[in-house]
Design a protein around this ligand. Structure first.
Ligand code: NAD
Length: 422
């Protein structure tokens, strides 16, 4: 499961995304009419979802599907189930998907979906009924060549299986390619579980290379030890980096000599927390952020590196496994300190990249091995990293703005070629 609500409220979050896009359009020299196209999503659908609850009563939930741009290909983006999800938040996230897919050069546009609900309070049957009714309500605008949903906050492979089945029943044919992030038994891809964390680790490794630091012996602290953080830590450990600290929502552990990551993963599986790991000192999450390390991997929730916590950050590289872990004001401070940030739309794009491979495998009715999938993903991410680096050098901007400029260039180029019809 993923993170709670962005620290910014829906509309503030949307304004922040739009500000960055506008700046990138200006920097890349496209005229303001491109921003006029990009500032609005193409489609915003709001639906009501009546669900029969366990006590026989009916409760109506509100759901959204927002499609921002399909200039580069069918819309692609996750669906989140979260109590405070609203239209502005889903819109901002749909926009970010457009740019994330463009940075990694996937043939997709950007979309996002959401249902305002608290899945923790719903039974499995209620969740299934909600999911199937929501799918029915958005059926007309999704599809393998139109818009391909995926999991996001508090939705998982099971939810994707229900969406696929509902869509297939309505379409009258099995359509695994309508969603990604499915269980492997139903056409999900090998490697999806590792993909995002591996991508974050690759981003960090490439940044270290670019700074002539190398990965061997690099001292790294990883905030968040869930799906993304634990796989990032595992690969970094395998490549010879020294993962000296990790944390989860209960606190962190630190060993200046380096933690044994495979054993720590076992420990977390067994006890549900990283705390109590043999030979490690317990620290707070904030202490972790301020350790004297070469690199930080924030892979927990958004906004943990903020105006309050940023000043004591000593790392030279930050690879953003989480979405939006650095607030805008903290970002300016990191930039002044000369910290190399691998921005989220690049550093956590491994997940959507393997989702793309899942879609391709489904369309071709093929099954690739985990090794094949992860090798293809690595090639894409390494190329994207260097494309971002070159773009930030070309425009003399931060790597975060470089990633946005690269994405905006790719999207604007597509819009230019398509032209506005009629
Ligand atoms: P997860 O739920 O598996 O793990 C989150 C981890 O963060 C947990 O270990 C949790 O205990 C920890 N955590 C929560 N609050 C914390 C805090 N304040 N301090 C320290 N640790 C804290 O989620 P995930 O799938 O690993 O996602 C993590 C982030 O990566 C989210 O921002 C998510 O949106 C982003 N992301 C995930 C994927 C993916 O494929 N899983 C893809 C793109 C982006």
């Amino acid at each position: 499961m993923s993170q709670p609500k962005p620290q910014l409220g829906g509309s503030e979050f949307l304004e922040d995304v739009l500000r960055k896009v506008k700046e990138a359009v200006e920097i890349t020299g496209y005229d303001s009419s491109y921003y006029e196209v990009l500032r609005y999503p193409k489609v915003q659908l709001t639906v009501s979802i009546p669900v029969r609850m366990r006590d026989g009563s009916i409760r109506t939930f509100i759901g959204y599907r927002v499609q921002h741009s399909n200039a580069r290909g069918p819309y692609k983006g996750g669906i989140r189930y979260y109590p405070t999800t609203d239209l502005d938040e889903v819109t901002a996230l749909a926009m970010l998907m457009t740019y994330k897919c463009a940075v990694v050069d996937l043939p997709y546009g950007g979309a996002k979906g959401g249902v305002a609900c608290n899945p923790k309070e719903l039974t499995r049957d209620e969740l299934e009924r909600l999911t199937r009714r929501y799918t029915y309500m958005i059926y007309d605008i999704i599809g393998p060549y139109k818009d391909i949903p995926a999991p996001d906050v508090y939705t998982d492979a099971q939810v994707m299986a229900w969406i696929m089945d509902t869509y297939s029943q309505l379409a009258g044919r099995q359509t695994p390619e309508v969603v990604t992030g499915k269980p492997v038994a139903l056409g999900g891809s090998e490697g999806r579980e590792e993909a995002t964390g591996l991508g974050t680790a690759i981003g960090l490794r490439e940044a270290a290379k670019a700074l002539n630091m190398g990965i061997k012996g690099l001292r790294v602290a990883v905030e968040g030890f869930g799906n993304v953080g634990s796989y990032a830590a595992m690969y970094l450990h395998e490549w010879g980096a020294k993962v000296v600290a990790v944390s989860d929502s209960k606190g962190g552990v630190y060993n200046p000599e380096g933690l044994n990551v495979p054993k720590l993963i076992e420990h977390k599986k067994r006890t549900g927390t990283v705390l109590g790991f043999e030979g490690a000192k317990e620290i707070t999450d904030e202490e972790l952020l301020h350790l004297d390390v070469d690199a930080l991997v924030p892979a927990a929730v958004e906004g943990t590196i903020n105006a309050r916590t940023v000043h004591d950050v000593k790392a030279k590289i930050v690879s953003e496994g989480a979405n939006g872990p650095v607030t805008s004001d903290a970002d300016r401070v990191l930039s002044e300190k000369g910290v190399f940030v691998v921005p989220d739309i690049l550093a956590n794009a491994g997940g959507v990249t393997v989702s793309y491979f899942e879609w391709v495998q489904n369309l071709k009715r093929e099954k690739w091995t985990k090794e094949e999938v992860l090798a293809k993903m690595e090639a894409k991410l390494v190329k994207a990293f260097h494309d971002v680096l070159n773009t930030s050098r070309k425009y003399a901007v931060s790597s975060r703005m470089g990633a946005m400029c690269l994405a905006v260039e790719r999207v604007c180029e597509a819009i230019k070629l398509l032209n506005i019809w009629p």
